[in-house]
Design a binder for this molecule. Structure first.
Ligand code: NAP
Ligand code: G4F
Length: 363
């Protein structure tokens, strides 16, 4: 019998990669999606399976983290061996505009799920998507022992969810883990998070669709990793003998400014000519510096991220350029390399030529 896993937030960035990963390991994957008036399954359309097929290994169910009745029914009916709770109002800036809603979904959503597990009496392993945003102002580098000092309604809601997860582990002996993940990105990252906003803008600028990019604070530093690598570590946490909490990140901080320089620089543009500040993107309180200390995950989960900052930027830009019908920079260089066998003698010049040609196409 295939193992059954339930994912909340399966339509999000992490949920989609995790679903792919679990399917590849032979799981039957159940996902909770929200009812919307238009399709909201774009990130998982490529793994969609006909629900009429009794053998389907991906099954979607309507549900919402605001409704405990529905969550209880789903857990009771599916009886999953593993539950990955990724659903949340996950945008920090938005949480200042919708603090109560963020608390209801991001904090209480976790209690609703844990209570459904406890009441159903099923034996399951539970993963809570905790966040480095919980550290807020705490000095870097941050690890599993760093006290939380949240700086946003989102961060505060995640701190609540973190502790209720620990409480159900201690009070009811449930197998519950917190993955305290630092920022992780990909071509599937939501378009309003800063990395994707930047890489998408670069592609739009090259395609002639956008003239300016408006951003907020460029000084804050984040520890940006590559999302597909992080979902495997979620799974590893639930395969351990004992439940525990783990920090995941790269240990490498970069500022938003550095991300801009890397992204625009990759296509031969100077970010300063394209970016303008809009105070509406500033936050009432900001988290200045996040750096993960991942010694525990390295030792206990044998987990180490491979994709580093520069490569992450390249992956995201290439994907956004492809989506705009442009030749991704990496591919453009490969084509030139194949046409000019002695290219290694003047490789850098070719790279620059491709990049500046794409930049000049704007004029
Ligand atoms: P995401 O792309 O924003 O996805 C969030 C998911 O939650 C979506 O599937 C969304 O559904 C669902 N959702 C939102 N409100 C819901 C509700 N009321 N009922 C049911 N589902 C709801 O987030 P992500 O980047 O994949 O992150 C996954 C989780 O990890 C989140 O809990 C996030 O807070 C946390 N986290 C993320 C990072 C990061 O850097 N990505 C770091 C640390 C922690 P729709 O598609 O319908 O909107
Ligand atoms: O991309 P961001 O919105 O990510 P943030 O706030 O770090 O939150 C993300 O990571 C958390 C983990 O630490 C997750 F828990 C959370 O769910 C989410 O995935 O902003 C990154 C930085 C901030 O300092 C922000 O002020 O970029 C700065 N920024 C500057 N201009 C901007 C913008 N952020 C956004 N979203 N949009 C801007 O225009």
């Amino acid at each position: 019998m295939a193992k059954r896993a339930l994912i909340t937030g399966i339509t999000g960035q992490d949920g989609s990669y995790l679903a792919e990963f679990l399917l590849s390991r032979g799981y039957q994957v159940h996902g909770i999606i929200r009812r919307a008036s238009t399709f909201n399954t774009r990130r998982i359309d490529h793994i969609y399976q006909d629900p009429h097929n009794p053998e389907a290994s991906l099954v979607l169910h309507y549900g919402d983290l605001s409704s405990s009745e529905q969550l209880t029914n789903l857990i009771y009916n599916i009886q999953p061996e593993e539950i990955y709770h990724l659903g949340a109002q996950s945008h920090v800036r938005v949480s200042f505009e919708m603090p109560e809603y963020t608390g209801n979904i991001t904090a209480l959503g976790t209690t609703r799920l844990l209570e459904a597990i406890r009441r159903s009496g099923i034996k399951t392993h539970f993963y809570q998507a905790s966040s480095s945003e919980m550290f807020g102002n705490a000095p870097a580098p941050q690890n599993e022992n760093t006290p939380f000092q949240p700086r946003s309604p989102y961060g505060a809601a995640k701190v609540y969810a973190y502790w209720i997860t620990v409480n159900y582990r201690e009070a009811y002996r449930l197998f519950c883990c917190n993955g305290v993940l630092f920022n992780h990105e990909s071509p599937r990252r939501g378009e309003t998070f800063v990395t994707r906003k930047i890489t998408r803008a670069v592609a739009h600028i090259l395609a002639g669709k956008q003239k300016k990019l408006f951003l907020g604070n460029l000084e804050s530093k984040r520890d940006w990793g590559y999302a597909p690598e992080y979902v495997e570590a979620m799974w590893r946490m639930l395969q351990q003998e004992r439940p525990d909490d783990y920090v995941l990140g790269t240990g490498e901080p970069h500022s938003v400014k550095e991300f801009l320089a890397a992204a625009f620089g990759y296509v031969g543009l100077d970010w300063k000519e394209w970016v303008e500040m809009d105070p509406k993107y500033l936050r009432p309180t900001e988290v200045d510096l996040l750096i993960a200390d991942t010694a525990k995950a390295r030792q206990k989960l044998s987990w180490e991220p491979k994709i580093r900052f520069e490569e992450l930027v390249r992956i995201m830009i290439d994907a956004d350029m492809e989506a705009e019908g442009l030749v991704p920079v990496g591919e453009g260089v490969a084509i030139l390399r194949s046409r000019f066998p002695d290219w290694h003698q003047w490789g850098n010049a070719v790279t620059l030529a491709v990049q500046s040609a794409q930049g000049q196409a704007l004029e």
